[in-house]
Design a protein around this ligand. Structure first.
Ligand SMILES: CC(C)(COP(=O)(O)OP(=O)(O)OC[C@H]1O[C@@H](n2cnc3c(N)ncnc32)[C@H](O)[C@@H]1OP(=O)(O)O)[C@@H](O)C(=O)NCCC(=O)NCCS
Length: 171
């Protein structure tokens, strides 16, 4: 099983497994980030009945500032959603959440990661590219709110000589 907390350098910053007690804060971030946010019940069932789902929250001074989810499907990790609170964006939190998920995924035997992103979501695409994801296809009219296409992105998970996950080109 994955340890509850993954520590980063800053004393006030942590990434932990999401629990149902986190959902009120998580849903505030979700609602400001997505036009069709998940229902409370969707999150509850992900956390309580989906054994193949892993959800993480990022905290600063115990306040939840972002979250990410993944489904483990054999040796593939499917990112289900990621969002960072508006006031905390562009500070590396999204990158750290995805890097933490890479480590957890790798420990579970995952060797390829994938996700979908809106064609118009240039910021998220830049983040994913920075972490090694590459566009591999399109799901036409994937998003229900505006029929926007989704770009499908994939990356291979590799380990380097220090057995750290190679999270891709950081330039
Ligand atoms: C996408 C999102 C999760 C990124 O989180 P974040 O914490 O702001 O991202 P980070 O600060 O970790 O960004 C890391 C890198 O990604 C790139 N990046 C992130 N947001 C970007 C933007 N809006 N424009 C351009 N590049 C961006 C940058 O290259 C950045 O590297 P840098 O720190 O060297 O500049 C956040 O913007 C968000 O919550 N958006 C709304 C929800 C959403 O769109 N989720 C994705 C659905 S597919």
């Amino acid at each position: 099983m994955v340890s509850k907390e993954i520590c980063f350098d800053e004393a006030t910053f942590s990434i932990e497994r999401m629990t149902i007690h986190d959902l009120p804060e998580v849903r505030i971030i979700e609602k400001e980030a997505f036009p069709i946010p998940w229902s409370y019940q969707s999150f509850v069932s992900e956390l309580t009945t989906n054994d193949n789902a892993i959800y993480l929250v990022a905290r600063i001074n115990r306040q939840i500032v972002g979250f990410v989810g993944m489904w483990l499907i054999i040796d593939e990790g499917h990112i289900t959603n990621i969002a960072v609170a508006k006031d905390f964006r562009n500070q590396g939190i999204g990158r750290r959440l995805l890097q933490a998920m890479d480590l957890i995924a790798f420990a579970h035997g995952v060797r390829r990661m994938t996700l979908e992103v809106r064609v118009s979501n240039i910021g998220a695409q830049a983040l994913y590219r920075k972490l090694g994801y590459r566009p591999c296809g399109v799901r036409p009219e994937y998003y229900r709110d505006n029929n926007e296409d989704a770009i499908i992105m994939w990356k291979e998970l590799k380990i380097d000589e220090q057995t750290k996950v190679n999270t891709g080109n950081r330039n």
